[in-house]
Design a binder for this molecule. Sequence first.
Ligand code: HSE
Length: 377
Amino acid sequence: MKVGFVGFRGMVGSVLINRMISEGDFKAHNIQTYFFSTSQAGNKITLPFATHDTLLDAYNIDELKQMDIIVSTQSGTYTNTVFENLRNAGYNGYYIDASSALRMRDDTIIALSPVNQDIINHGIQNGIKNFAGGNCSITLSLIGLHGLFRENLIKNMSMMTYQAASGAGALYVRELLKQMAYVVDSNHIDIMNDDTTILDLMNNVGMSIKSDGYPIDNFKTQLAGSVIPWIDMDLNDGSSKEEEKAEAEANKIFGLPPQTIKIDGLCIRVGTVRSHCNAITMQLKEKLSIGEIEKIIKHGNQWVHYVPNNKTSTMDELNPIYTSNTLNISVGRLKKSTLGDDIYHVFTVGDQLLWGASEPLRQVLLSIINFFDKKVR
Ligand code: HSE
């Protein structure tokens, strides 16, 4: 099948292509790959498995139309620009999108294979052609707490996110690292020397962070040495766009009517490089013991890595360093809340570039290819 990749050199795109290479997808599934670029059409392609020598133009509807499947890891702006034109021009192939542009349309399935493979399969069999990956601030927790969702135990959830810089894109990761380097390099006091006066050191670091040279072109404010409690657009009702997505997408992913499960909270950017965390307070429909909940969470799906609620295990296995570059979703800090006897706290963390972005796209791509392979056989 002809598969066109758009945005394959960005943050999510490069993780997707690397994973497909390491898993042998291109060979195993006889995928004919075509690479499209929004900015460098005509430039040479260095990838060995490309079926052509130069990059194709991602705005060329006639070229896109030749594809059986298009996988876009570009922004929502790109999808908003080409998608309708493509369909209006008669494109009847699949459009798999990493962005939020199509997610809430009736003709689009938000694909999250560990929890809704049945909905994906049903959609493919019934002619659905649009698939989107979900928002990583919520999808990782849906995988981690899948057991509780499957048993219909969650009434509502407050989630406070700790989102890594790479969720915002490649430029933002670079900026976070530049900010860190700037704080060290521009400091007049040797940070590695423990004999210095602590207040002088802290004041110097504070001045570095606030000085004009500290790079904030992308984040527009400081992240290294600080946090940013706002992600995505201001909806002017007290919420950010990122916060609005969680409930809407979660219910759709599970095939539930809107607002069936209530989810709200604050989305916060922190100075980590990779893997998003969620501190969750949830109200369950039943008063269960911690042992019972633990058992249900552990049986959620193969990606759940349950971390016992003690200090040593938490420090070792419930953090972005542990989950980055893996498909594991660590779930821990499970405890009863003093706020009510049906209220519990839990913490989830997973790689938002893998299960939070590229892996659901890869899985739906493979599901579509397998569906056609079986039909041909
Ligand atoms: N919107 C997310 C973030 C990444 O900014 O971290 C994409 O789901």
